[in-house]
Design a protein around this ligand. Structure first.
Ligand code: URP
Ligand code: ZN
Ligand code: ZN
Length: 484
């Protein structure tokens, strides 16, 4: 009889593929056996509960300065604690390069800090805003070798955006080296032109943020980004999609077999531009880019989750407090252009999707698991160590009470914010116990692990084309499209 460290007994195990009753035995932080009547000295009774792969939060800004040098309210400790209480066992924040900065040094600093603070496992995406020759020839290849295999580029924000030609360089390098490019797709000139005209006319209130970040700015940039990726024959993931038109472009490209992936976020399912029009500066709490849209766009995002247009559902947690350290850092009376962009949501991401998605019959339990964990693991190279419930994989589990009804309030959350955009919203379904590499991180509303007990996950590069041919001379392969 094998000795296990811990057995999760009597739960309903759910993966992206299957739903069944079983016990899960854990040994040395990994899943050792899935079966019936397993026993160990320590057991957790999961009867009446779902046992899910821990969530993977694949888009969050933690301990990161914005382009305007506004620091996110969460560091790797509070961000990871909040993530854990929301059912996540792994998160992937950014090591963000601002112009003139050395990406190797930035990433080293982020890794050192996360090693001291994170309570769940983590990997890093990179943000590239200054693709110098040294970065392209030396630093980025080295960072891919160190496991940072995904990198985000911006088509907007004057201090972050790079030119199409530079995006092509990065896409080509990703193809050669087994990386994945992520893109923030908004047309910067369209946004700036609209913003300037609005300000000229005295329209400064938060609600005009949503007017300036017009849906067509996103639609055009998404189309362009997709075409650049097709030209370079390189894998691309469009983050935080908010418009029906951008979703349609993703869908069309995917139907044509291109290696285009996409993500949407809670703010595009549960908020609208009307939230930016709340009294006074309240609307600043909802200013993020792209902005929340309208009911029709919300419906299109749900459809995209249902029909496979979106593979990943992330929070884009970008926590700026409703005070002088965050939303009002630049001015006590900022114009919409001066308000820090971003909304928090790392803890509420999974409960919101579970409640409104699974609970209301919009998506299945298995789709929920795919969207919150498995697909991100596969696309970002964390699978099968992370993202499923499989013998040999890390014992990263969220024991989920599908009946637990809670009213979201900022007080119950564990981030370092002073508001939640979802205040007062009732949800049904929340994790009761969260286990990371066999360690009970959260149970009975308590945190049970030390700062710095999370580990860095070194990701292997994804496969490159067999003969790594030149994308311009070879026929279009759509290489890397079949990761799921
Ligand atoms: O408004 C947002 N999304 N802020 C965070 C930065 C980004 O673009 O993802
Ligand atoms: Zn972005
Ligand atoms: Zn983001």
């Amino acid at each position: 009889m094998q000795n296990f460290d811990l057995v999760i007994k009597g739960g309903t195990v759910v993966t992206a593929a299957d739903t069944y009753s079983a016990d899960i035995a854990i040994c040395d932080g990994r899943i050792a056996m899935i079966g019936e009547n397993l026993s160990a000295s320590q057991t957790i009774d999961a009867s009446g509960k779902l046992v899910l792969p821990g969530g993977i939060e694949a888009h969050c800004h933690v301990e990161q300065a914005s382009a305007a040098n506004i620091m996110s309210a969460d560091d790797f400790y509070s961000g990871s604690v909040s993530a854990a209480f929301g059912g996540n066992t792994c998160f992937v924040p950014f090591a963000a390069q601002h112009r003139g900065q050395n990406l190797l040094e930035i990433t080293r600093t982020a890794m050192d800090s996360a090693a001291q603070k994170a309570v769940i496992d983590y990997a890093f995406h990179l943000i590239i805003s200054d693709p110098t020759e040294e970065l392209m020839q030396s630093h980025l290849p080295e960072l891919i070798e160190q496991g940072c295999t995904s990198f985000k580029v911006y088509m907007t924000y004057p201090l972050l955006k790079i030119a199409d030609r530079q995006i092509l360089d990065i896409l080509s390098l990703a193809r050669e080296r087994g990386g994945t490019t992520m893109v923030h797709a908004e047309n910067d000139d369209v946004v700036a032109w609209l913003a300037d005209r609005l300000i000229e006319r005295g329209h400064e209130a938060p609600k005009f943020h949503a007017v300036s970040h017009h849906p067509l700015a996103e639609a055009e940039a998404a189309r362009r980004a997709i075409d650049l990726a097709r030209l370079a024959d390189s894998r691309l993931l469009i983050v935080h999609v908010s418009t029906e038109e951008a979703a349609a472009s993703v869908r069309r490209a995917r139907n044509a077999g291109a290696a285009i992936f996409a993500e949407t976020c809670p703010q595009y399912l549960f908020l609208t531009a009307d939230d930016l029009d709340r009294d006074g500066y309240e609307g600043a709490k909802f200013c993020c880019s792209p902005p929340p849209r309208d009911k029709a766009a919300q419906a299109a995002m749900w459809q995209g989750l249902q029909n496979g247009t979106f593979q990943v559902f992330s929070s884009d947690h970008a926590p700026y407090r409703f005070d002088e350290t965050g939303k009002f850092k630049t001015s006590p009376t900022p114009t919409f252009k001066q308000i820090a962009n971003g909304v928090p949501g790392i803890e509420t991401r999974m409960p919101l999707l579970f409640s409104e998605g699974v609970g209301k019959g919009r998506i299945s339990l298995n789709e929920f698991v795919a969207l919150t964990s498995t697909n991100a693991a596969k696309i970002y190279g964390l699978y099968p160590k992370k993202g499923s419930i499989v013998v040999g994989g890390d014992a990263d589990l969220a024991i989920w009470d599908p009946q637990w009804t809670r009213t979201i309030s900022h007080e119950m959350l564990h981030d370092n914010m002073d508001y939640t955009p979802y205040e007062g919203r009732q949800v049904t379904g929340w994790p009761t116990t969260v286990i990371s590499r066999g360690r009970v991180v959260v149970s009975d509303g308590q945190l049970h692990v030390e700062r710095g007990s999370g580990e860095y996950v070194q990701r292997a590069p994804l496969p490159v084309p067999p003969d790594n041919d030149d994308a311009l001379l070879a026929p279009q392969r759509n290489f890397g499209a079949s990761l799921l």
